[in-house]
Design a protein around this ligand. Structure first.
Ligand code: SAM
Length: 280
């Protein structure tokens, strides 16, 4: 489907921009800086040619593709611009200074895209077709969320549920940390109450990770589809969320660290759950 919801490709336009006060530049800066703008517009910003190519390959809508002077000499960037344009995106030929201004970076990427947000409805989740889904309760750190989405992609997880009040999956820092996996991993939002009802009907293992978990995570026979529930960075999993789990496990630690970083703990769990399914 094209960026504007029609199957008929529309040819986009090309616009040169050198002014920092151009209204499109201001619009993109608003998307970078403010969650409110992303929520109102349903758009978000992603940086880099790889990310733009991932978005195009996965069929996500592209509103703008901004390309710097370097990209105009690069055949891969030109190809991405041609594909985006054929889908109705506006191509912005933009100066390096304006790109740096938009992305708040001294060395900006030569390609910056504005994409249409996409979330899966909870009713569209198909546990029967899944090996593992990940649920993150009140995840707060954009870097953690992006890293978890990237890891979910790497292990072939079916998707990530964002439970309760979470950081914005479409924030620039999150998108950056996904390294393009955002476009390949379905995301679902739900409240804690909705999650509890959902988990009660889950057909496989629902495993929560907890520093007070009584079982070693390596001793559990994970029954597919597995639903992996991870706690918030500061507070961990509250009791009512832990109660929805059929297993509560701990990753044993040596040394003085209180706990593992959330993204690291999620990766350790995912590679264990997916161990039988991952082959070199
Ligand atoms: N102070 C928090 C607590 O008491 O749970 C620490 C939270 S930890 C930084 C974030 C999440 O990572 C935890 O809620 C849990 O899901 C997971 N986690 C981190 N280390 C873990 C471990 N050793 N065993 C099990 N889960 C762990």
């Amino acid at each position: 489907m094209s960026a504007h919801g029609s199957d008929r490709p529309r040819v986009g336009t090309v616009k040169q921009i050198t002014s920092h006060s151009n209204p499109i530049v201001k619009e993109i800066k608003g998307l970078v800086g403010q969650r409110k703008h992303r929520a109102q517009s349903g758009l978000f910003v992603g940086e880099g040619l790889k990310l733009a190519t991932d978005a195009l390959d996965a069929g996500w809508g592209v509103r703008y593709l901004a390309i710097g002077p370097e990209a105009r000499e690069n055949p891969h960037a030109q190809q991405a611009a041609a594909r985006a344009k054929a889908r109705g995106a506006m191509i912005l030929e933009i100066s390096t200074a304006v790109l740096a201004n938009i992305t708040r970076r001294d060395n900006p990427q030569m390609v910056v895209g504005v994409f249409e947000q996409k979330l899966l409805e909870p009713a569209a989740i198909r546990p029967a077709d899944a090996q593992v889904w990940i649920a993150l309760d009140h995840v707060r750190d954009p870097g953690n969320l992006g890293t978890i989405i990237r890891t979910a992609d790497a292990v072939g997880a079916s998707g990530v549920m964002l439970v309760g009040e979470t950081t914005d999956p479409f924030a620039v820092e999150t998108v950056r940390a996904t390294m393009g996996s955002l476009f390949h991993v379905p995301l679902v939002k739900m409240s804690r109450d909705a999650f509890k009802a959902f988990a009660r009907n889950w057909p496989g293992t629902v495993v929560g990770t907890h520093l007070k978990g009584s079982r070693d995570y390596r001793e559990v026979a994970y029954k597919a589809p597995t639903l992996l529930l991870m706690g918030n960075e500061q507070a961990g999993l509250p009791d009512d969320m832990a109660d929805t789990c059929t297993e509560l496990v701990r990753i044993p630690q040596a040394g003085q660290a209180d706990s593992l970083n959330l993204a690291v703990a999620t990766a350790v769990m995912l590679f264990e759950i997916q161990r039988p399914n991952l082959k070199l």
